[in-house]
Design a protein around this ligand. Structure first.
Ligand code: ATP
Ligand code: MG
Length: 361
């Protein structure tokens, strides 16, 4: 069986560090590993419209932002198909058939959807389109016969839902769909990177992000304002690591060589943590250290972005070509699905013959 990747992002803002450690970095590694037959990367504009239907301009403006972020981290249109969801109408058609296979109660139990409904104040007025987005996501994944979906932890319930749809479809209509596997980051803190406010996951909709495209000074300011330990008032106070966003980010981003480069008084993260919890280590020092690490990681990404920004029309052309390619693949799966469901009346000569027989004489 072919090894195929499908994953994507909603064009609701520029991409941030959560995307980077949760999915983007892995995608680039997988793309370059040569182990995959196909890599599909989708800008999920139709999904973004389910909760931004009253602000289509936001979605429209952010398509290019997400595309630039993709290219700047190293997604390569020669190796990966970059496309826009709404340009593949086959996905909508698949969703419609999959909706029959899912109950309202099942979607209501989806913890990520539950959480997002609260966050968006949708309790009393959930748009049906938003409610159904896990089903449309199953269409996205299965349309490309994806075997691996590299995403953050918030996507676990979506993958579970997709697997259920695949099993149900295949058991009722025959084996037409492929069951995908989720691929979460190995480093557990990267599965759900918190926002700089330390509250929820870093999320475009909340605005607690460090964006990949932020300039050096903006990154520095965001790091210096990050949430740490509110009980760590004087430098001599013992500090706490639990819920301390700066340490969570160090868990996500620091590597042994960073100590030698930027903080040679310590030989590893554990030593730094021990000193912090003992007391006598100020927040400013660790924030400066984190800032150095992030700047080093983000600088090449910013530089790449600047290059791609010089020819925006070429970026749209990459998306146009990718969408065309993706459409053909989704069309082929849609035909498999309709054949399995026997929605193929005009090409089914057996059916026409049998009906004619029934009405003979
Ligand atoms: P929105 O607020 O519009 O939902 P978002 O910031 O949650 O935006 P998405 O486009 O929904 O971003 O997510 C795209 C991908 O990035 C998904 O695979 C998701 O799991 C991953 N991801 C998003 N935020 C984080 C995070 N904070 N930590 C790890 N992975 C994340
Ligand atoms: Mg999200």
């Amino acid at each position: 069986m072919e090894k195929i990747i499908l994953t994507g992002d909603r064009p609701t803002g520029r991409l941030h560090l959560g995307h980077y450690v949760g999915s983007l970095k892995r995608r680039v590694e997988l793309q370059n590993s040569g182990e995959f037959d196909k890599v599909y990367i989708m800008i999920a504009d139709a999904q973004a419209l389910t909760d931004n239907f009253d602000n289509p301009e936001k979605v429209r403006q952010n398509i290019i932002e997400v595309a630039l972020d993709y290219l700047s981290v190293g997604l390569d249109p020669e190796k990966s198909t970059l496309f826009i969801q709404s340009q593949i109408p086959q996905l909508t058609e698949l969703s419609f058939y999959y909706m029959n296979l899912v109950t309202v109660a099942r979607v209501q139990r989806n913890p990520t959807v539950k959480n997002e409904i609260l966050q968006k104040n949708f309790e009393a007025s959930i748009p049906v389109g938003f409610f159904c987005y896990p089903i449309s996501q199953a269409a996205d994944i299965t349309a490309f016969k994806a075997t691996v979906v590299p995403v953050g932890e918030d996507q676990l319930p979506m993958l579970e839902q997709t697997k259920e749809i695949v099993r149900k479809f295949n058991s009722i209509y025959g084996e037409a769909l492929v069951e995908p596997d989720i691929m979460l980051p190995d480093n557990t803190v990267c599965r759900r990177l918190p926002g700089t406010d330390g509250k929820a996951k870093m999320s475009k909709s909340i605005g607690n992000c460090i964006n990949l495209a932020d300039d050096a000074e903006t990154v520095r300011q965001k790091v210096m304002n990050m949430y740490t330990d509110p009980t760590h008032i004087k430098v001599s106070d013992p500090g706490h690591l639990e819920g301390n966003t700066v340490f969570t980010y160090l868990d996500a981003f620091s590597r042994p060589e960073h100590f030698e480069m930027y903080l040679p008084d310590y030989s590893n993260l554990q030593e730094l943590k021990d000193h912090y919890t003992r007391g006598g280590l100020g927040d400013v020092k660790i924030k400066k250290f984190l800032n150095s690490i992030l700047q080093a990681e983000l600088e090449p990404i910013r530089a790449h972005r600047k290059e791609y920004e010089k020819d925006i029309a070429a970026v749209y052309e990459i998306l146009r070509k990718g969408s065309e390619k993706a459409r053909a693949v989704a069309e082929s799966t849609l035909q498999d699905v309709k054949n399995a469901m026997k929605i193929n009346y005009f090409s089914d000569t057996e059916l026409i013959k049998a009906q004619a027989e029934k009405y003979k004489g």
